[in-house]
Write a protein that binds this ligand. Structure first.
Ligand SMILES: Cc1cc2nc3c(=O)[nH]c(=O)nc-3n(C[C@H](O)[C@H](O)[C@H](O)COP(=O)(O)OP(=O)(O)OC[C@H]3O[C@@H](n4cnc5c(N)ncnc54)[C@H](O)[C@@H]3O)c2cc1C
Length: 275
């Protein structure tokens, strides 16, 4: 079981602001710093950890490297395992490396190339997270439809009420569009192509869809949906986290907008007067 350690107390969305450092001392790397909000901290044996190997690099991302830190490395300590709103099986926690010594060979790839490995990994991670959101949204929709077909009110089933049918349609289109965006990003990754725009689109759309669909599913279930007699309250709590984890919705929108505007600047459309 492994982890991906990027986030720190003072570096989240702005990951390159990380304070974790790694310095070579003979045949060992010495790492110092703290990572927080890291999946699997409770159980992992292997902690993939990003650190600054050249803190004065300009631009700073050219001074970042990636390492494999094992749980039994001297100077490694788990600080906290959080109680989270949702995704409670993730064992999200924080860990500190205090003069933590690891073998020189635990550097991943080349020194100071860690940022580039991270960018590619995030394309895959965001697409994978989007696929989790699609599964969650589909499960919420399926639960809501099954309930609507059974539950009776005002002499009919909920499924016979047009207001509920409209909800089902809105939910279904969000699940399907999210799934299509995931497939498109995954195809690019399988082909070895760059997918940052498509992965970020898939991630924010699918996370928004999962949250919307889980919320509407809970509404269709009414009061019992608020209890743990049905799975939708958990879907809603889990979905809320996907709006943040693996990069927030705001950051995904920035990635998409940057790529859109770069492309527009490179191939401008016929000019429309700006004023
Ligand atoms: C359950 C869970 C699991 C996680 N697992 C991992 C993990 O395994 N590994 C890991 O490294 N990290 C993990 N994270 C951390 C996650 O990636 C960060 O929480 C996320 O990137 C946001 O960073 P932050 O929490 O520091 O928020 P901040 O970066 O402080 O942002 C706070 C708010 O400000 C907004 N904001 C910040 N900058 C901008 C901007 N330029 N424009 C617009 N809005 C902005 C953000 O969108 C957000 O809404 C996990 C988080 C959670 C909740």
């Amino acid at each position: 079981m492994g982890t991906i350690g990027i986030t720190e107390p003072n570096a989240g969305s702005d990951a390159v602001a990380m304070s974790m450092t790694a310095a070579l001392d003979g045949d060992t790397w010495v790492l110092d710093g703290q990572k927080r909000l890291i999946d699997n901290t409770s159980v992992a044996q292997v902690f993939l950890t990003w650190a600054k190997t050249d803190p004065s690099a300009d631009p700073p991302h050219r001074g970042v490297s990636a390492f494999v830190v094992e749980r039994d490395a001297p100077g490694f300590e788990v600080d906290t395992v959080y109680h989270t709103l949702g995704l409670r099986g993730l064992g999200v926690g924080s860990y500190t490396l205090d003069g933590c010594r690891i073998p020189a060979g635990n550097l991943i790839g080349e020194e100071n190339r860690g940022w580039y490995y991270l960018m590619r990994m995030l394309e895959i991670g965001r697409t994978a997270t989007a696929s989790l959101c699609v599964g969650l949204a589909q499960a919420a929709l399926d639960t809501a439809k099954a309930y609507a077909l059974e539950r009776r009110a005002f002499g009919t089933t909920l499924s016979g009420i047009q207001a509920i049918q409209f909800k089902v349609a809105e939910m279904a289109v969000r699940v399907d569009t999210a799934r299509m965006l995931v497939y498109r990003a995954a195809r690019l990754i399988d082909a070895g192509d760059r997918s940052d725009r498509e992965s970020s689109m898939a991630k924010f759309w699918a996370a928004d869809a999962a949250f919307y669909v889980a919320n509407e599913a809970l509404q269709i279930l009414g009061g019992i949906g608020c209890t743990d007699e049905a799975p939708v309250e958990r879907y809603l709590r889990d979905a809320r986290i996907f709006l943040i984890g693996e990069g927030t919705g705001e950051i995904q929108r920035l990635v998409v907008a940057r790529r859109e505007l770069e492309a527009a600047a490179a191939a401008p459309a016929p000019a429309v007067p700006a004023s």
